[in-house]
Design a protein around this ligand. Structure first.
Ligand SMILES: Cc1ncc(COP(=O)(O)O)c(C=O)c1O
Length: 542
């Protein structure tokens, strides 16, 4: 006879399991587990932020022989109520006429048949009159129970190098008291992934480490399902009806639309000003100003904001400085070091780096971040664990990618600006760019020189039409949304990312109607340059 494989299975060998197949716990269920598994009713302390959390209790169910009787035989209603077997019901007991073949075809009138309630009443009366139900814990578990309650292995003793994906919406507890304590914040831990998730926390810890490594305080982060979820949550958290916001004219179109069309409906008013003009920013501030909102590198003009100066002005006015640094990730600039209160990123861009995930993240002092977390939980724009995994993985190659992308952008800008079909190239690495000197002071420099970012905007002569033709004639650079990925992408600004702005708003932001934004990827710079020059040559011949 073949050996029973279950004999070697430590779950089956565990005497506590044999004693109580229902709960995977024997009479000494509270005794310490030799394999370090958490015990029911004993709250566990989590590891440090970013390390795998305490184990969800492993419910080790005995592997039993199949049940002799079919399931459902104990349901008294299934035998006494003919309607119950004929009418499938949904989750909450509501009739579900759509489910299941012929029995799904039910005369709706039967659903409110008065006989039904009479039958149910009769069944209830008969059940009440019978002997009291008896628990039979020796009874083997049914096949469905055994399938649902599969054994969960303990976390490995060795630390995985990559962050595991905790792809779970819900977490189990050892007791109701532990559940309540975790939900109330009285005990650390996880309950529900809209609230917190270990993989998402690992991403947050990674961003906080990169964004805040030169600070005197320990920064914290909160992650979101998109950059816009991060942007909007900041305003829900720190602006209320009657609040005033100062934001840049050269602002990402989605943020512009949020402030103009959404926040305004809740009584938050915004003045859009040129953030590179400190005097204008100062003039726009007033006593009710709650937030000064800036972008480190403006999208798409790549205007450079003097973060330290704007922070000083904002703080004088008792406002928060919030900086969208999507175009200048922390290997280029860390706005918290320059006095910003909160820095946010569309993590969709450089953090993920491969155009395969959307996300957003906000970093700052833990006190501010706690408020952001509270609002995130209530508004629900939380990041999912799979996306958090991709975003955290992307951070490991952030410096390599961004350094190379910056170097290629510099090469393209320096060459394209000299082409006769080009009216202007916006890139802070060019000495003629208004923000060049500031960028040199404010941005990181590596062995390769200052990093000026990997976004450049090329405006050919000929306005909107010429811009669209130029973008379409590129062969290597791809007309595509988003930025910050491995592929070089181009977009005609006025008709895409900034379509929410009318021509007056575009002019105020200094955006040429022919502007084509390049998000430089990881292709060889010489190939990208040849592609762009060929497209520009073809414009000259039109
Ligand atoms: C500067 C900037 N901020 C915020 C966002 C919004 O991010 P998401 O698209 O991830 O919501 C974008 C998107 O392009 C952006 O470019």
């Amino acid at each position: 006879m073949a050996a029973d494989p279950r004999v070697a299975d430590p779950r089956v060998a565990d005497p506590r399991i044999a004693v109580d197949a229902w709960f995977g716990r024997g009479p000494a269920g509270q005794a310490s587990d030799p394999r370090g598994l958490p015990q029911r009713g004993v709250p566990q302390r989590p590891g440090p932020q970013g390390s795998p959390p305490r184990a969800i209790e492993t419910r080790r169910l005995a592997i039993e022989a199949p049940r002799a009787e079919p399931l459902g035989h104990t349901d008294p209603l299934s035998r006494t109520d003919p309607l119950r077997t004929a009418v499938p019901t949904g989750d909450a007991g509501h009739p579900n006429p759509g489910a299941g073949g012929a029995i799904g075809i039910v005369d709706p009138l039967r659903l409110i048949d008065p006989r039904r309630s009479a039958v149910l009443r009769e069944a209830g009366l008969r059940a009440a009159a019978g002997p009291p139900p008896q628990a039979d814990r020796q009874r083997p578990l049914g096949e469905n129970t055994r399938s649902v309650r599969l054994p969960v292995p303990a976390p490995p003793s060795q630390q995985p190098l990559a962050m595991p994906i905790y792809r779970t919406a819900a977490f189990g507890f050892g007791s109701s008291a532990e559940y309540a304590a975790v939900l109330n914040g009285a005990a650390p831990g996880f309950s529900y992934s809209r609230i917190d998730n270990p993989t998402v926390e690992a991403f947050c810890a990674a961003v906080a480490a990169l964004e805040g490594f030169n600070l005197t305080y320990q920064a914290a982060s909160q992650a979101f399902a998109s950059g816009m979820a991060a942007v909007s949550t900041i305003f829900w958290a720190f602006a209320r009806a009657g609040a005033h916001v100062v934001a840049p004219t050269a602002i990402y179109g989605g943020s512009y639309s949020f402030l103009r069309n959404v926040a305004s409906r809740f009584g938050v008013s915004t003045d859009f000003v040129d953030m590179t003009d400190v005097a204008r920013v100062k003039a726009a501030l007033r006593s009710g100003t709650a937030i000064v909102y800036a972008e480190t590198l403006a999208n798409p003009t790549v205007a450079v904001t003097d973060l330290a100066e704007i922070a000083r002005l904002a703080h004088e006015a008792r406002a928060l400085l919030v900086v969208d640094s999507t175009l200048a990730p922390p290997v280029i600039c860390r706005p918290l070091e320059h006095g910003a209160d909160l820095v946010l990123h569309s993590a969709t861009k450089y953090f993920g780096g491969h155009s395969d995930v959307t996300g957003g993240v906000v970093t700052g002092h833990p006190e501010l971040i706690k408020r952001i977390r509270d609002i995130r939980i209530d508004t629900g724009g939380s990041l999912g664990p799979d996306d958090a995994y991709l975003l955290r993985r992307g951070l490991e190659t952030l410096p390599l990618r961004v350094r190379r992308q910056c170097a290629t952008a510099q090469l393209l800008a320096a060459s394209l600006v000299r082409h006769p079909a080009v009216r202007n190239v916006y890139y802070p690495g060019l000495s003629q760019h208004a923000g060049h000197g500031l960028a040199r002071r404010q941005f990181d420099a590596g062995p390769e020189g200052t990093r000026f970012g990997a976004i450049l905007t090329v405006a050919p002569h000929g306005g909107e039409e010429a811009g669209m033709v130029f973008a379409d004639r590129l062969r290597l650079a791809q007309v595509a949304t988003s930025l910050g990925g491995t592929h070089t992408k181009v977009s005609h600004v006025g008709s895409t990312a900034h379509r929410q702005m009318d021509s007056a708003a575009l002019a105020a932001a200094g955006i040429d109607p022919g502007s084509v934004r390049f998000s430089v990827g990881l292709e060889d710079g010489e190939d990208l340059l040849a592609d762009a020059l060929a497209a520009l040559d073809s414009l000259s011949r039109r």
